[in-house]
Design a protein around this ligand. Structure first.
Ligand code: HEC
Length: 97
């Protein structure tokens, strides 16, 4: 009985974790990035696959871009998102092909 209770607690935690962790894709949508960006095509802003190509092989690309988005430097507006959200979105952008 004890192990059953434990198993259900663990399952509950896993489930909660999954519900809160939003994927980069979800965040790009919910933060409105896709209003100006598309994975494949240039819109108001550059296509994410072009951004990924531009930064390919550059060290510190993720940190550079997160900085730009946070400060609104090299980006038309400051992006309001937590550090974890920014990281997840930028990782997704840099993985675009
Ligand atoms: C109002 C339109 C608009 C919105 C909304 C927007 N962007 Fe952009 N974004 C741009 C434009 C325009 C550029 C090109 C800026 C430049 O090159 O000077 C850009 C550039 C970028 C770049 C490339 C930066 C670089 O160093 O090359 C990334 C990455 C990016 N945006 C991510 C995002 C993310 C993530 C979001 C959502 C949180 C977002 N953008 C929302 C218009 C937008």
């Amino acid at each position: 009985m004890k192990s059953l209770a434990l198993a259900s607690i663990v399952a509950g935690l896993l489930f909660t974790g999954a519900a809160y962790a939003q994927s980069g894709d979800d965040l790009l949508k919910s933060k409105g990035c896709l209003g100006c960006h598309d994975m494949q095509t240039k819109k108001v802003g550059p296509a994410y696959k072009d951004v990924a190509a531009k930064y390919k092989g550059k060290s510190g690309a993720e940190a550079t871009i997160i900085g730009e988005l946070k400060e609104g430097k090299g980006h038309p507006m400051k992006v309001s998102a937590s550090d974890a959200e920014l990281k997840s979105m930028v990782e997704r952008v840099l993985a675009a092909k």
